[in-house]
Ligand binder design. Structure first.
Ligand SMILES: Cc1cc2nc3c(=O)[nH]c(=O)nc-3n(C[C@H](O)[C@H](O)[C@H](O)COP(=O)(O)OP(=O)(O)OC[C@H]3O[C@@H](n4cnc5c(N)ncnc54)[C@H](O)[C@@H]3O)c2cc1C
Length: 400
């Protein structure tokens, strides 16, 4: 544990308990103890303890790692589900190729799971030179413990320079945990990646302050350099099935007791209706709908197009749709062929999530709504009049 409490000096006064934003400190046996919830943020260090009993473990300061040059290779954690690689991992392989080309290093995909050997050929086709394959029954389903232990072990064995992860549920779960264990940094939700020519460090670019500025973040003192990237930020490269590579099979060191959660069953929670990130057609509703019942119309158009339903944050905050439908800076980043925005004004935070759409169609009764600046086609009018006609036309064309 990087932050420690010296038992011999702790007077169990409890001053440090409220200082921890994660509730990780408890009083036990007449001294305070730091538990698993500790993120090493250091909030308990700054003059909180009246007897200076809390400190960082020796050697844990930001000293440069022993030999940074020994860390080589650009890795991508390959996410997959039901034997299919998630699109974001293929998008990241394309970026990994660009970064690795500039660094003169190789690209590797890390495939963790069970019965997943067949995925290696797709990872090579996506741009990898090497696949690290951890295949074990204990890894058949994603678990925080199983996957983070395995990735940590791989990093400690093979010392990669860079690791890219999707800013997905799994990537956001495993990335910070592994970075913390390894003692390196992680930049979340990047929108652009490049190499700083002078230092050969990855420049992780991400929006900050509500998207008003773009921050360039470097990780100079520790390795690997880690970051997450949202799905659909980058285009995925065309697969090249002539490519091959080396598969490194990892013998899994996990024991059943290492995994503190138990897989009971897979519950599909509206997956078909909200797989926004991979959808080709999205029809999104905003506050302009005025009433959640009008999402039925949005759904009808989405169904007729074979698409899925999205929502603005205003619609989500109103409780009209669950958050998993939200498009935008604090929702999903989407890149469909066609994005239809209905009763959505086009705030910058909404545009941040759908600007990658090939074609944008906006329906809004305000001709000055900002969404029209982004739209390829705009319909000025009340959605209650426009949508039924649009739905009827689509159904007619599709013979529905
Ligand atoms: C840090 C931060 C993060 C954010 N993240 C997101 C995000 O991820 N996603 C997101 O969407 N927003 C996000 N927002 C909120 C964003 O700023 C806007 O408030 C939000 O997008 C507005 O939603 P809206 O367009 O549905 O509503 P409004 O801005 O209220 O727009 C409603 C629109 O509907 C039109 N309208 C009204 N009646 C009709 C009608 N009958 N027919 C046709 N048109 C009609 C109006 O002309 C208007 O343009 C974020 C904000 C912040 C500060």
């Amino acid at each position: 544990m990087a932050v420690i409490i010296k038992d011999s000096e702790c007077i169990a006064c409890g001053s440090c308990l409220p200082a921890c934003p994660f509730g990780a400190i408890e009083l036990e046996d007449e001294s305070a103890k730091i538990g698993d919830a500790c993120t090493q943020c250091g909030a308990c260090l700054d003059g909180i303890c009246p007897v200076d009993a809390i400190e960082r473990e020796a050697g844990d300061e930001k000293a440069p790692a022993a030999d940074l040059d020994a860390y080589k290779g650009v890795w991508v954690l390959i996410e997959h589900f039901e034997n299919k690689i998630r699109s974001v991992s293929l998008e990241l392989l394309g970026q990994a190729r660009l970064l690795a080309g500039k660094l003169g290093e190789e690209v590797a995909g890390v495939v963790i799971g069970h019965g997943v050997e067949d995925l290696a050929s797709q990872v090579f086709a996506g741009g990898a030179d090497k696949v690290y394959l951890a295949d074990d029954p204990l890894l058949a389903h994603y678990s925080t413990d199983g996957f983070s232990n395995t990735l940590t072990d791989l990093i400690q064995t093979y010392h990669p320079n860079v690791i890219l992860l999707g800013a997905t549920n799994d990537g956001r779960d495993i990335g910070p945990r592994v970075a913390c264990r390894i003692g390196t940094g992680l930049t979340a939700d990047c929108t652009y990646l490049s190499i700083d020519e002078a230092t050969k460090l990855v420049v992780w670019t991400r929006p900050a302050f509500g998207g008003n500025i773009m921050a360039n973040i470097l990780c100079p003192n520790s390795r690997p350099q880690m970051g997450t990237v949202r799905p659909n930020v980058f285009k995925r490269p065309e697969p090249d099935y002539r490519r091959g590579g080396e598969t490194v099979r990892i013998s899994c060191k996990l024991k059943p007791e290492d995994i503190r959660t138990k897989f009971i069953s897979l519950q599909r929670v509206g997956e078909a209706s909200c797989n926004l990130e991979e959808a080709e057609f999205i029809v999104s509703g905003g506050r302009g709908l005025g009433d959640p019942k009008y999402f039925d119309m949005i759904q009808e158009l989405a169904d007729a197009l074979g698409g899925v339903v999205g929502a603005s944050r205003a619609a989500v905050d109103s409780g009209w749709k669950p958050h998993l439908h939200q498009v935008g800076q604090t929702g999903k980043t989407v890149a469909p062929k066609v994005y239809i925005a209905v009763g959505i004004s086009g705030a910058i935070q909404h545009l941040a999530g759908m600007s990658g759409s090939d074609t944008v169609i906006a329906i809004n009764r305000d001709p000055d709504a900002p969404i029209f600046k982004k739209a390829n086609y705009g319909i000025v009018g009340d959605f209650k009049e426009v949508l039924p006609r649009l739905i009827a036309q689509v159904k007619k064309i599709k013979g529905l």
